[in-house]
Every structure is written in C-alpha cells, then in structure tokens.
Design a protein around this ligand. Structure first.
Ligand code: AMP
Length: 175
C-alpha cells in the first residue's frame, strides 16, 4: 500500500464530534502505530530539512505537540508551545481568533522566540485556518519569522490555506 493510503487507513472519521455537523479526524490509531508515526515525522523532517531548516518548532495545543517534539528532535531544533489561555505559567502574548460560532484565543510565552528566528509551525489538522493564522501572528509579534507550516491533514474544502498567505504550508493528507 502507498504511504498516503496506509496513513489514511489509520485515521478514523467520527461524525458529530465534538459538536453536531463536524466530521472529526481521529488520528489516535495512526499515532499508536509505530511505523505510521515514524513515517509522518520523517516526511515532515524531509520536507523542511536542508535550505528550509528552521531554528525552532512551534507546536499547537495539543495534538500538534505530539508531532512537534519528534520533528524538532530530528531537525536539531527546540520546541515552543502555543497553548489555550491560562495554561502557560509565565508572561504571555495572546491572539484572539474567530470560530464558526464565537471566538477563542491562543497564547505563547513572551520570551519564547528571539527576533529573526526561523520557525516551523506544526499541527495535526488545518481546518478553517483560524488556529494556524493566530499562531503565525503570535510568532510575528515576537519578531520571529514563520518559514513553514506542516500539517498531517488539510481539510481543503474549508479553505484554511487562504488565511496563510505567503507562507509555505505542507500537508501530508488532503481531504
Ligand atoms: P481551524 O482553526 O479551524 O483550522 O482548526 C484547527 C484546529 O482544530 C486544529 O488544532 C485541529 O486539531 C482542530 N480541528 C479542527 N477541525 C478538526 C477536525 N475535523 N478533526 C480534527 N481536528 C480538528
């Protein structure tokens, strides 16, 4: 089986989770399968190695953390966390963003990135793009530069990529 087909087979569709109308992409079977996890991490590392190599990986809470850490390790980079409000213990910078109904926010430690640092943002799913766009704004507010975004899954029909102009965004699987 081709790699993409093998990975797709390990992603479970959960209708109406966490709210009615959402088809949730459950990646836990993929994460639990050693060869699949290694293949995902390896594909992201391969794409962003060489000229595109970042200084730091920013992982988005919470499934993004699970991919950010092994990618960082293999690229010789550190990991910085972007979290929901109230989770980070030190001084933070905050960005609010709109959801389909209501709004949410993300935070980063104010001293987490140095000006000019090259950052790769990692998350599991690119949906409407609000989460990733808010993360890009957080990175830029600290004076660092987003040189790439990596997702395991892109839900292309939601058009999230349009909210990430001018940045190289790669997704391993597109729906
Ligand atoms: P968005 O801001 O709409 O791009 O949503 C991206 C964030 O929400 C990611 O951190 C995902 O983990 C999560 N997410 C959104 N839609 C889904 C979905 N259909 N299945 C799994 N996770 C999702």
């Amino acid at each position: 089986m081709a790699l993409a087909d093998d990975l797709r087979a390990r992603i479970r569709d959960i209708p109406d989770f966490p709210t009615p109308g959402v088809l949730f992409k459950d990646i836990t079977p993929l994460l639990a399968h050693a060869d699949s996890l290694r293949a995902v991490v390896g594909a992201i590392v391969e794409h962003f190695d060489g000229d595109r190599r970042p200084d730091t990986i920013v992982g988005i809470e919470s499934r993004g953390f699970l991919l950010a850490a092994p990618v960082a390790d293999r690229l010789g980079a550190g990991v910085v966390l972007v979290r929901k409000p109230g989770k980070l213990p030190w001084r933070t910078v905050r960005e609010d963003y709109d959801l389909e109904y209501g709004s949410d926010a993300l935070e980063i430690h104010a001293d987490a990135l140095r000006p000019g640092e090259r950052v790769l943002v990692v998350d599991d799913v690119l949906a409407t793009g609000g989460t990733a766009a808010a993360t890009v704004r957080l990175v830029e507010r600290l004076g660092a530069e987003v040189t790439g975004l990596a997702f395991l899954i892109e839900l292309a029909f939601l058009g999230g990529r349009a909210r990430l102009p001018g940045v190289e965004a790669m997704a391993l699987l597109t729906y």
